[in-house]
Ligand binder design. Structure first.
Ligand code: DC
Length: 225
């Protein structure tokens, strides 16, 4: 049987994780798993039900009514489904980002989503990105990378992405939202954002996408031996 490999890429919002993880997965022929999209889908379920993401009792009560599915299309692109509906676009809205960060601090939400993430890595070679992949979800990952960049640069990248999608959000709003989210993701008690002890930290400030990708691929090659 073919040996399965797993690459864990963690880091704060806007560090370039998803773009780089997707490109690296393509290069190595692995599947790309965006775990933030899974938390975003729970966040969207709460927004739709009018439940505040910080009301943990109400969020937990809502979980059994949420059927969350992750599917990869023939193009390798991951799509998210909430109760059968494709919500891959809607989960990117800024209000869903905030709610996803809030619900992700709830241990019951993390437990609810854990098996889904681990089972993907049991069945496939994966590049998985998130906040706790190297520390909690895949502690035995073959390669662990912690991707970071200066907050202003991360906000600029996220702002450009949102503007491209037609959003009128300002750079300051993006920076404020991002810092608030990073703070919450890092300070929470349950699986906080931090680099695993055996992760390689890669700061992409000042690096182009191509340069960052080359560094990541070199780390993966080295890690896979
Ligand atoms: O990667 P992202 O920005 O799409 O993630 C949205 C939120 O989900 C993020 O603010 C924190 C949470 N998250 C998490 O707690 N653990 C993960 N493995 C991935 C995301």
């Amino acid at each position: 049987m073919e040996k399965l490999c797993s690459v864990a890429i963690d880091g704060p919002a806007g560090a370039g994780k998803s773009t780089l993880a997707r490109a690296a997965a393509k290069r190595f022929g692995f599947i790309y798993v965006d775990t933030g999209a899974i938390y975003r889908t729970v966040g969207l379920g709460c927004c739709r039900a009018g439940v505040d993401g910080s009301e943990s009792g109400q969020v937990i009560a809502l979980l059994p009514s949420m059927q969350i599915d992750l599917r990869h299309g023939g193009d390798g692109v991951q799509r998210m489904f909430l109760n059968g509906e494709d919500v891959s676009g809607e989960i990117r809205l800024p209000e869903v980002s905030r709610c996803a960060s809030q619900v992700s601090a709830i241990p019951e939400v993390r437990a609810f989503l854990m098996e889904m993430q681990r089972s993907l890595a049991r069945r496939n070679s994966v590049v998985m990105d998130g906040r706790d992949i190297g520390t909690v979800v895949l502690p035995d990952a073959s390669v662990k990378i912690f991707l970071t960049a200066d907050p202003r640069e991360r906000a600029r990248r996220r702002h450009a992405e949102l503007r491209e999608k037609g959003s009128s959000v300002t750079l300051d709003e993006v920076l404020r939202d991002m810092q608030e989210r990073d703070e919450r993701d890092s300070r929470r008690a349950a699986a906080p954002l931090r680099a695993a002890e055996d992760a390689v930290v890669l700061d992409t400030t000042g690096l182009s996408l191509e340069e960052s990708l080359e560094r990541i691929c070199a780390l993966i090659e080295r890690g896979l031996g």
